[in-house]
Ligand binder design. Structure first.
Ligand code: NAD
Ligand code: TYD
Length: 355
């Protein structure tokens, strides 16, 4: 028995692979294209672990997917692979359409062929789990109830539109072909191995390097934050007990404005790694031009997952953010190495001229 994971060298995927092998002995086949966001260093602790089989490849390459499914005969496919950064989708949407839509289509089509050839019990057991986002539901007004699984789809960015399209394809493969799919829509994750283009790791690495902490617009946008291993435990639970064709929202009940997050990170850094000049990291906060089409508020209603599958998050925002900051302080080499030339090019593309 094995599972096939795609995008397992990215932030959530690598946390999932590490977490899976902590809880199971079942091997993981990890297919990842190793784009700028994929980093095998995240999986360095598995170097001599025969339960982890890494394959470099593209989810839109049907021949490679077909070959992997035939070779390893996995009992499940978990799709993390995606272009995942909203700001990059604004600068260059094409890769998002290709990977998130065409890639998911290719995986579904290959999985359907493979699944239809399985015999009785293995066919019954097979699952295709698609990892998606709360951003497909659009933006909430203050005071509106959190997103439930039946909230209408209203994506606003090229990223969320491409994820919404992939969710619709997954749904269609269940209704039309009977492929046993599961979809999870999760809120903003944070934790170890998070590439510093997203808000929380960007704040940590910029603060420590003495650089400005860029807050888009007024900073009063709201996100719901979930510690990444809580997302991993939710996916494990949905894979184990989720009903095919169902959608499960995953969230941490931690709605925070961006300014609250920035202040939280600065206060913890002041405590754990004080500035040499005894000033506060808060002095580095800089308001910059807003993101075009910036969603104002996301909030997730995760009661279905709690009620039907008994999942609850283990971390609060306070415990999770402390663990995260400690991880970044303990791993300066990882932090140093991910800030390559390509990373610096992205930073100048996104932030120069934004003030
Ligand atoms: P990430 O950008 O850190 O990692 C994506 C991984 O996919 C990388 O390793 C990359 O190399 C790989 N990849 C990209 N294109 C590929 C392709 N064509 N073929 C194979 N591999 C490819 O993303 P993440 O933050 O780990 O997100 C993982 C998944 O979870 C995504 O589907 C994302 O939409 C979803 N999600 C993310 C969040 C979040 O807060 N980060 C929240 C909810 C859902
Ligand atoms: P991000 O981590 O990119 O996730 P998402 O856009 O998927 O929610 O951004 C989180 C929030 O932080 C979002 O409202 C945009 C904001 N933000 C900033 O204010 N400054 C930044 O430099 C970045 C990257 C994000």
């Amino acid at each position: 028995m094995s599972i096939l994971v795609t995008g397992g060298a990215g932030f959530i995927g690598s946390n999932f692979v590490l977490d899976w092998l902590k809880h199971h002995d079942e091997p993981v086949i990890n297919l990842d294209k190793l784009t700028y966001a994929g980093n095998l260093e995240n999986l360095a602790s598995l170097k001599n672990d025969s339960r982890h089989i890494f394959v470099q490849g593209d989810i839109a390459d049907q021949r490679q997917i077909d070959r992997l499914l035939e070779q390893y005969q996995p009992r499940a496919l978990i799709n993390f692979a995606a272009e995942s950064h909203v700001d990059r989708s604004i600068h260059g949407p094409r890769d998002f359409i290709q990977t998130n839509i065409m890639g998911t289509f290719t995986l579904l089509d290959s999985a359907r062929g493979y699944w239809s050839r399985l015999d009785g019990p293995r066919r019954q057991e097979f699952r295709f789990l698609h990892v998606s986002t709360d951003e497909v539901y659009g933006s909430l007004e203050p005071g509106e109830p959190a997103f439930s699984e039946t909230h209408r789809y209203e994506p606003n960015s090229p990223y969320s539109a491409s994820k919404a399209a992939s969710d619709h394809l997954v749904r269609a493969w269940y209704h039309t072909y009977g492929l046993p799919v599961l979809t999870t829509n999760c809120s903003n994750n944070y934790g170890p191995y998070h590439f510093p283009e997203k808000l929380i790791p960007l704040l940590i690495v910029n603060a420590l390097a003495g650089r400005p902490l860029p807050v888009y617009g007024d900073g009063r946008q709201v996100r719901d934050w979930l510690y990444v291993t809580d997302h991993c435990s939710a996916i494990r639970r949905v894979l184990e007990a989720g009903i095919p064709g169902e959608v499960y929202n995953v969230g941490g009940w931690n709605e925070k404005t961006n300014l609250e997050v920035v202040h939280n990170v600065c206060n913890l850094l002041d405590e754990l790694c004080p500035r040499a000049d005894e000033g506060s990291y808060i002095q580095q906060i800089t308001h910059v031009a807003d993101r075009p089409g910036h969603d104002r508020r996301y909030a997730i209603d995760a009661r279905k997952l709690e009620r039907e599958l008994g999942w609850t998050p283990a971390e609060t925002f306070e415990t999770g953010i402390r663990k995260t900051i400690l991880w970044y302080l303990d791993n300066p080499q990882w932090v140093e190495r991910v800030q390559s030339g390509a990373y610096r090019d992205w930073v100048s593309q996104n932030y120069e001229g934004r003030v």
